[in-house]
Write a protein that binds this ligand. Sequence first.
Ligand code: 1GP
Length: 230
Amino acid sequence: MVPTFYQHWRHVFKLDPDREITEDTLESVCLSGTDAILVGGSSGVTFDNTVELLSRIRRYELPCALELSDPSCGVPGFDGYFIPMVLNAKRREWLIGHHVDALRDFGHLLPWDSVVGEAYLVLNPGSTVARVTEADANLSEGDALAYTQVADRLWNVPVLYIEYSGLFGDMRLVRRIRDELRQAHLFYGGGIDGPDKARQAAEAAHTVVVGNIIYTDLQAALATVHAVKN
Ligand code: 1GP
């Protein structure tokens, strides 16, 4: 059975274990009415900073999931685990290699009832994730839709994540991608800096992920919750 714990999430805040967050900010984020916290980052994530962030988030009642891209950061105790696979990575290990290495050693330890495969399509060439994975992020619409079909129809991946990290994406394209899906759940993240963009993203994707603005403009970040959920 594929886990379904994320399927009702409309709004998610993404927290990076490698970035400082004050208790006050964390409290505001966790009590904001968002559906869940997603923990993850493209660089500087360690077991220790992940444990520390999880233990702080656990003071609140909302669900908390980990995007697990490095097995050495596999902290137990999250409500769910997303395993990213970067569809358009030129470095093959980010599509499949790291996963095989990790499962060879740790496959028997994973809580499979709460593990979800997450196909990433990276569409901002300037993002850290694009640099790290050497993603071919300058895709035509036809390419993006073809990747979507591969993930959704050939591989039956439960979550497709359209990742524009740091840049607000093309919502018309995101909507086209959503309309193409037969079974996958669509996450969108990137460049949401307030309620207007949050609303647009909510009209295009099933789940809206808000990250960086938490650290630079908390009030704008908090306003995205209402915009998405109402
Ligand atoms: C990053 O998609 C998330 O992985 C959110 O993007 O930081 O640009 O909000 P932002």
